[in-house]
Every structure is written in structure tokens, then in C-alpha cells.
Design a protein around this ligand. Structure first.
Ligand SMILES: Nc1nc2c(c(=O)[nH]1)N[C@H]1C(S)=C(S)[C@@H](COP(=O)(O)OP(=O)(O)OC[C@H]3O[C@@H](n4cnc5c(=O)[nH]c(N)nc54)[C@H](O)[C@@H]3O)O[C@H]1N2
Ligand SMILES: Nc1nc2c(c(=O)[nH]1)N[C@H]1C(S)=C(S)[C@@H](COP(=O)(O)OP(=O)(O)OC[C@H]3O[C@@H](n4cnc5c(=O)[nH]c(N)nc54)[C@H](O)[C@@H]3O)O[C@H]1N2
Ligand code: SF4
Ligand SMILES: [Mo]
Length: 789
């Protein structure tokens, strides 16, 4: 039987033709009819959490009636402030039965991307995949197989990938641009160098800068902490080109030209330096500001010229007492913050002096010209940040992270926090402050595989695969990693088409599934063959996921799919037998934060317990011990000397820059932020939510609309050399002249033509290869033009 994707959908929407279900036909209207409570109705309650990558992990109390999901309510957290749910969570009651569910294993019947499939049995699907994995591994080695995982999936453990020794990069290429710059200075300590203080701490601040951060939509169930702090008199300043939901509720909105944040941040640094608004004690005690830069090679001066570790070969500082160079960690030393000195005939100067010199050029007038923010506003921003008391520099991830100069933006954050002493401070914090990620954590156990099983070395970041020659012949796509994740849709499609076989494992038949040869129906988060599904940690709590529903249609859980593949490959004996075994292994840990938290106590406590962590909000680096070589906050990045970024220097965007010759052809900057209505590409298919969210649209300023003869609702073509997109436009002053906005996540079938990724830049900054996470995909660093379609 041939089921074309289009007919499949039509059948469902009209509700006239039945859907193919195991054991017969069931029409959609009957399936969706809610089951009311009643004497003969079997009602059950189970607890779970919501895992999509909004980061929230809301805890759900789910009621089923006669095996159908009837009600989702917030579960009660020990810290009751988190007992919330958003509209996306509530909408799961309907979305779980969405017409977009993949119902049976499917095999491609037409061209790749055409969307024609025929149903096949699980045995045929898994036999085919297992045989291909075996054959490819034997012929071409482990690197020829790529397992990709989307963010926030239930069972993201690459155990089978590891058993097979294949490539499995987890999420490389997104959310790491700022981190490249922040963690170089703060160190890699779990994520302490990446995330700000928990927003529960905002009430202790005086000023909170939400920088390219639409917190009220992207951290929606923590919005209360924004309002609590506001009620306590905290000043909120939003720096965003768009008049966002968060900007509308803040005390001040500073709109700037997209991609020019670096100029604003550098001018703030310069103002703080020029006016002496910095904290001398903090700089001398906790940072590398007194370290000495050698005039010969620009490296930091150390005790000797060897490559020995810092404890053998410490950095030197200039000691005020002895007037000589001394190890920075000598307890008697009183380091000078400023000055030029001669050590063994070599001229050196302090990092702080070099910083002062290098930042002088970033004047108010210069920054105002670049950012289009008035000089007075920039001055006010720097004053508020430096002088009003504890201040937060809370970056989002959808703004400055998604530009070619994101690492330098992160670096300026480290410098600003160091100058003002706002890192490791109650009411302070510098880093990412979105998606509920800043919280106390714990050290969990895990499932140990024998030593001989190791992942193959990753060839490149996920973002690079579409553009660079690589060994990949088999792509196992667990969740919608490709269509949604990566920039430049056409590059992604061209790359995927070169593979020998592509497998999509997802509950929903999205755009990526259409690019696959075999599509496997994964269980939704509510379903499993097992009573216990998984565990997670969020917002200082441990949460457990129970089975709520039996697997719908012919779906199988990710765990089961992995297990059945492993069985065919003779590897199943190494895997946990059930997800419960895995959860028990994870909870088996010496970490005092987990004391008393076992599977049994979790079950007794409705699947949610607070970690044994302090009652204080999580705050970064309160001990002022950093994960860097010197354990200090390091301001000078030796890895970046050749790139002239050892101290932060202005760098234009890669593409979306008015001086770029391409700007003459494509004069609009293309921004693709998230929305409260979706989590990336998820919930596009929630019919409840679509009653509020009218669908894809391109937002354009009245000035740009007028000059192109566009009026509200016109269908426009958005285009650049990478591709095009056809979509209705909305004329609105929310976006600046020179900028257009399309919320990310819509699937190709929701657009009139094209895909929102058809236009996005996937050429990362080559400089970032030197940095820990490699280049970030600069989605926002994209130019387009718009015309009436
Ligand atoms: N243009 C542009 N692109 C971007 C960004 C941008 O700003 N602009 N942002 C980037 C960022 S920051 C991120 S984090 C990524 C997010 O990119 P993705 O992580 O790819 O985003 P999602 O749409 O959340 O994808 C989740 C997919 O996994 C499936 N899924 C959910 N749960 C399960 C499960 O339990 N099992 C299986 N098998 N599948 C499951 C869902 O159905 C969905 O198809 O996108 C990046 N892409
Ligand atoms: N509801 C919901 N919540 C989510 C997610 C989701 O998909 N849906 N995804 C989660 C994930 S994976 C992430 S990464 C986070 C992201 O969390 P946020 O960073 O809050 O995400 P966005 O709203 O995409 O981007 C923030 C803002 O950056 C602005 N921006 C764009 N370009 C620039 C620029 O050049 N300069 C400045 N200053 N601002 C700019 C945009 O206008 C936008 O308002 O959200 C998480 N939370
Ligand atoms: S989408 Fe996020 S905020 Fe909404 S219910 Fe789910 S976890 Fe909570
Ligand atoms: Mo993200």
C-alpha cells in the first residue's frame, strides 16, 4: 500500500477516512473524543515531567481514563514555586494524538524528501538498519556512521553509539558561541562558567541586564522571579533590537542595530575604566588583571620558559612590597594592578594596563555610531551596571550567541564581571540566563560499558557536516536534529542526500522524516513498554518519569528501539535490561546531594524530590575559585593572541553588516528567535495552540514595507543566495527598520514555500576552531531581501 504523506494528512484533518492503526481502523474523531469520568471508567494517575528543550522540565500529574490521556495538571514540587505548567504542557493532551504522529515503521517509496512512504514491519525496519550498520562499520569503520540527537529527548544516552564505536556529537554548533568566550575566562567546571546565578537571586540585585534574552517567553514558568524582583525595586534593562515581550515589561528597553552588541559592551568597558568605576580589590585578588604580558611574544610571563603546569611554573605578578616579579600564588605577594616593569631585561606590563590601553579606542561616540544607541543611553547603561550595586549580566542564547562574533561577546562579559566584581556575588552573575538552566546540580552515577567500547573520534561539529567532506554514510537521526538544528536548509538536504541510508526516529513526522529512508515511530514522552521511563534533574530537584500510556499506534520507546537493534548486533548484553536499571544506576552515587533519593523514595514522593542542596539560590563561583589554569578569573586569552583577541577587540558580524558588499543586494537582517507557543520545531502541530498563534509570518517594519510596496498580510518572498521562503508578512514596529523576524521552528509544510532555515548562514567563524566548542552556527548573522510574491 502506498501512503503519500499528503493524503495521510488530508485523511486525518477531514476525519473521514480512518487512520491505519494496529489491529484495524479507528477514526480520528472517536479517538479524540474525551472520556468523561464515570463509574465504569477506569481512571489512573501517573507522574512524569516534560522534557522539551525549553529547559523547564515541568512536573506533570497525568490522569488517564480507559487508557486515554484525559488531564494534565502541575505536579506539586517540594519547592512549590515550581508547581506550574505552560500552555504547551497542557496541550499535550491533544498533541499526543496528533495526526502528525508516525504510526508504523515506514520505508521510503519516492525520492528522498518527496515524502512518499510505505508501511513496513518492525522486523523489516530493524533488520535493514542493523544489517546496514554492520556492513558499513566493517567496510568503512566507525566514523562512517553518525548518530545525531536533538535536544531534550527522553533517552539521549549514546549507549548503542558507543557500543558500535560510531560518531555521536551531542548538539555541537548551537548555544556554544558565548560559552567559548565565557569559559575561556571562567573555566569549564560543569557549567558553572556558563550559567549565571539562578533567577531566584534577582531579588538581591539592583540591576538586571537581559541581553538578547526574551526571558518571559523562553523561561516562561520562571517569569514569577522576574516580577518578584521587579516588585522589590530591581531595575530591568533589556538590550534587544526587537521590542519583545520581555522588553515591554522591563524598566528600560535599549534597541540596538542587530549584531553590534560588541561595540556596546566594549564602550561600557571603556567607560568603566576611564571613570574608575572598577573594583580594585576584586581585580587584584580574584582575577588575572595583575599578571604580566611579555613584550616579546605577548604571552603571560611565567617563572620559566617550560610548558610545565602552573603549580610548577606559575604566572608572575609585580609585587609592591619587594618591587620584584613573584609567583601570583605566593601568599605574601601584593600584586600591582597597573604598570610596566622590566624582568630580566624583558619589558612586561600588567594585563590591566594592557586592557586600559586596548579599550581606549572604544569611545561613546564610536559605539553610538555603530550601535545606533544614543551616547547618553550607553553612559547610563554602564553607570547602572557598575555603580548601582549587585548587577546581573544575563545573556540569552538566541541573540548574541547566534552571531559570528559571539565568543568575543562572551569575553566582554568576563571583563565586565571582573571589573565590577559581579561574578561570585549575591545578586550578581555573568552568563547565560535563560531556559531555567542555572541551578544546583548533583553528580549522578551512570551505566558503565566495558573499556573497549568507545565512541569514534568526532570528525567535526554537527554544524560542519553539511559543508565539509566527511566519512558519514549512515545517519541515525534520533529526534529532528537536521531540519531544525542546522543552518542553510539546502546544504543540509544536499548533505543528507549523499548518505547511503538515513533513519529518522521521532514520534512526529516532521520535515526531517521526509528526508529519511526509514522512519521509526518513537513513543511520545508519555508512552513506554516499561513502568519507569527516565529521570532528570531540573531546578534543584530530581524528577522521575513514569509510564502514563501504553505505546500508541505501533510506536516503541527509544530505549526499546536501541535494545532491539543491539540484540540484532549481538550487543544487547551490555545494555541495561530496562530503563529502570539505568535509573537505579544513575541514582547510585556518593554525592551527598543525592542522599536519600532512590527510586523507591522518588516513587513514594510522586516522582519528585529536592536535591540536598543549600536553600540559597544557586550562584556561580561564590568561592572565587575558577576552572582556569590559574584558578583565577582570567581576562587575557593566550589562545587568541594570533587572532588579536587576547583582549576583546571589536569585530564586525560575518555577514549581516552594513559594510558588507552583499548588503547592497540583501539589505535586511534576518532574526529567528523562539516563541512561547513552541519549543523549536515542537508544538507546531498543536491544534490547541494554533488557535492563538496564527502561524508563520515575516515581521517587517512599516518603513521597509512601504519602500517595497507591502501591506499587512501580503505574501512575500524572502530570499538570499542560499534560498527562499514564501510567507505572509506582518507589518509591525516591533522590529527595527533594516531587520525582519521569523520565529524559528516551523516545518516546511507549514510555509507556503521554503523553510525558515533556507536563508540562514551556516558559515561559522574560522577563528572559533581554536576554542573549546568550535564554531557556533551564526543563524542570525544572515542578510536577506524581501519582495511581494
Ligand atoms: N535558524 C535557527 N536555527 C536554530 C536556532 C536559531 O536560533 N535559529 N537555534 C538553535 C538552538 S539554540 C537549538 S537548541 C536547536 C534545537 O534544535 P532541536 O533540538 O533539533 O529542536 P526540537 O525542535 O526541539 O527537536 C526535537 C525533536 O525531537 C523529537 N523528540 C522529542 N522527544 C523525543 C523523544 O523522546 N524521542 C525521540 N526519538 N524524539 C523526540 C521531537 O519530536 C522533535 O522532532 O535549534 C537550533 N537551530
Ligand atoms: N518557549 C520556548 N522556550 C525556550 C525554547 C523554545 O524553543 N521555546 N528554547 C530554549 C533554548 S534551546 C534556548 S537556546 C533558549 C534561548 O533563549 P533566548 O535567548 O531568550 O531566545 P530568543 O528569544 O530566541 O532570543 C533572544 C533574543 O535575542 C534577540 N536578538 C537577535 N539578534 C540580536 C542581536 O544581534 N543582539 C541582541 N542584543 N539581541 C538579539 C532576539 O530579538 C530575541 O528577542 O530558550 C530556551 N527556552
Ligand atoms: S514547555 Fe517547558 S514551560 Fe511549558 S510545560 Fe513544558 S517544560 Fe514547562
Ligand atoms: Mo538552544
Amino acid at each position: 500500500m502506498h501512503i503519500s504523506r499528503r493524503n495521510f494528512i488530508k485523511a486525518g484533518v477531514l476525519g473521514t477516512t480512518g487512520l491505519v492503526l494496529p489491529g484495524g481502523f479507528l477514526s480520528l474523531d472517536k479517538w479524540l473524543r474525551p472520556v468523561a469520568a464515570g463509574e465504569n471508567v477506569q481512571e489512573k494517575v501517573a507522574f512524569t515531567y516534560h522534557p522539551p528543550n525549553c529547559g523547564g522540565r515541568c512536573a506533570f500529574k497525568c490522569t488517564t481514563r480507559d487508557g486515554k490521556l484525559a488531564l494534565i495538571e502541575p505536579n506539586k514540587w517540594p519547592d512549590d514555586r515550581f508547581s506550574l505548567i505552560c500552555l504547551k504542557g497542557i496541550s499535550e493532551v491533544e498533541r499526543v494524538y496528533s495526526i502528525d504522529r508516525v504510526q508504523t515503521p515506514l520505508k521510503r517509496a519516492g525520492e528522498r524528501g518527496e515524502g512518499k512512504f510505505v508501511p513496513i514491519s518492525w522486523d523489516e525496519a530493524l533488520d535493514t538498519i542493523a544489517a546496514k550498520l554492520k556492513e558499513t562499520k566493517e567496510k568503512y569503520g566507525g566514523q562512517s556512521i553518525l548518530f545525531t540527537y536533538s535536544t531534550g529527548i527522553a533517552y539521549p544516552l549514546p549507549l548503542l553509539a558507543q557500543l558500535l564505536g560510531v560518531q555521536a556529537p551531542v548538539e555541537a554548533g548551537v548555544d556554544q558561541g558565548l560559552g567559548n568566550g565565557l569559559e575561556e575566562g571562567m573555566g569549564r567546571m560543569g557549567c558553572e562558567g556558563l550559567f549565571c546565578n539562578e533567577s531566584l537571586d534577582w531579588v538581591n540585585s539592583k540591576t538586571v541586564l537581559l541581553w538578547g534574552n526574551n526571558y518571559l517567553e523562553t523561561t516562561i514558568t520562571d517569569a514569577q522571579f522576574f516580577y518578584n524582583a521587579k516588585d522589590a525595586g530591581v531595575k530591568f534593562i533589556v538590550i534587544d533590537p526587537v521590542y519583545t515581550t520581555t522588553a515591554q515589561k522591563a524598566d528600560q528597553w535599549i534597541p540596538l542595530k542587530p549584531g553590534t552588541d560588541l561595540a556596546l559592551l566594549l564602550a561600557m568597558i571603556n567607560l568603566i575604566l576611564e571613570n574608575g568605576w572598577y573594583n580594585v580589590d576584586y581585580l587584584a585578588k580574584n582575577t588575572s588583571a595583575p599578571f604580566l604580558i611579555r613584550s616579546d611574544n605577548q604571552k603571560l610571563l611565567r617563572q620559566n620558559d617550560s610548558d610545565d603546569e602552573v603549580d610548577q611554573n606559575p604566572f608572575l605578578v609585580w609585587d609592591e612590597v619587594t618591587n620584584s616579579a613573584k609567583p601570583y600564588n605566593d601568599p605574601n605577594v601584593q600584586p600591582k594592578l597597573e604598570g610596566e616593569f622590566t624582568v630580566n631585561g624583558l619589558k612586561v606590563k600588567t594585563v590591566f594596563s594592557a586592557l586600559k590601553e586596548s579599550q581606549k579606542q572604544y569611545t561613546l561616540a564610536w559605539a553610538a555610531g555603530i550601535t545606533e544607541v544614543p551616547e547618553d543611553t550607553i553612559r547610563g547603561l554602564a553607570e547602572d551596571y557598575a555603580l548601582r550595586g549587585p548587577a546581573v549580566l544575563g545573556f540569552g542564547w538566541g541573540g548574541t550567541d547566534k552571531w559570528g562574533n559571539s565568543d568575543v561577546v562572551g569575553h566582554t562579559g568576563v571583563i565586565l564581571g571582573a571589573l565590577t566584581g559581579n561574578i561570585g556575588r549575591v545578586g550578581g552573575g555573568v552568563g547565560v540566563e535563560t531556559g531555567h538552566y542555572a541551578a544546583w546540580g548533583a553528580g549522578f552515577g551512570g551505566w558503565e560499558l566495558p573499556e573497549e567500547f568507545q565512541l569514534a573520534e568526532g570528525e567535526m561539529t554537527t554544524g560542519d557536516f553539511p559543508k565539509k567532506p566527511n566519512s558519514v554514510k549512515v545517519i541515525i537521526n534520533i529526534g529532528n536534529a537536521l531540519q531544525q538544528h542546522l543552518g542553510s536548509f539546502e546544504d543540509t538536504v544536499n548533505w543528507v542526500k549523499k548518505a547511503d541510508i538515513v533513519v529518522s526516529i521521532d514520534p512526529y513526522h516532521n520535515t526531517s522524516a521526509d528526508l529519511a529512508d526509514i522512519v521509526l515511530p518513537a513513543c511520545s514522552i508519555f508512552e513506554s513498554e516499561y513502568d519507569i521511563i527516565s529521570r532528570t534533574t531540573s531546578r534543584n530537584h530530581v524528577l522521575l518519569r513514569q509510564k502514563v500510556l501504553e505505546p500508541l499506534f505501533e510506536s516503541k520507546s527509544d530505549f526499546q528501539i536501541e535494545k532491539e537493534l543491539a540484540e540484532r548486533l549481538g550487543l544487547a548484553q551490555y545494555l541495561p535490561k530496562t530503563p529502570e536499571d539505568l535509573v537505579r544506576a544513575e541514582l547510585n552515587s556518593d554525592d551527598p546531594a543525592l542522599e536519600g533519593i532512590t527510586l523507591d523514595t522518588l516513587l513514594k514522593n510522586n516522582c519528585i524530590m529536592r536535591l540536598n542542596v543549600p536553600n540559597e539560590p544557586y550562584r556561580q563561583f561564590m568561592d572565587q575559585v575558577y576552572g582556569t589554569a590559574s584558578q583565577k578569573l582570567e581576562l587575557y586569552y593566550e589562545t587568541m593572541i594570533e587572532d588579536k583577541q587576547a583582549l576583546p577587540a571589536y569585530e564586525k558580524p560575518l555577514e549581516a553588516d552594513t559594510d558588507n558588499p552583499l548588503f547592497q543586494k540583501y539589505p535586511l537582517m534576518y532574526t529567528q528567535p523562539r516563541t512561547k507557543y513552541r519549543v523549536h520545531s515542537q508544538f507546531t502541530n498543536s491544534s490547541w495552540i494554533s488557535q492563538m498563534d496564527p502561524g508563520p509570518r515575516l515581521e517587517i517594519n512599516p518603513i521597509d514595507a512601504k519602500s517595497r510596496g507591502l501591506k499587512n498580510g501580503d505574501i512575500v518572498e524572502v530570499f538570499n543566495d542560499r534560498g527562499k521562503l514564501k510567507v505572509p508578512c506582518k507589518v509591525t514596529e516591533i522590529v527595527r527598520p533594516g531587520q525582519v523576524r521569523h520565529r524559528e521552528g516551523w516545518w516546511s509544510k507549514h510555509e507556503i514555500a521554503g523553510n525558515f532555515q533556507s536563508l540562514t548562514n551556516n558559515n561559522g567563524n574560522p577563528r572559533q576552531y581554536k576554542l573549546f566548542y568550535g564554531p557556533v552556527i551564526p543563524f542570525n548573522d544572515s542578510l536577506v531581501e524581501v519582495k511581494k510574491a
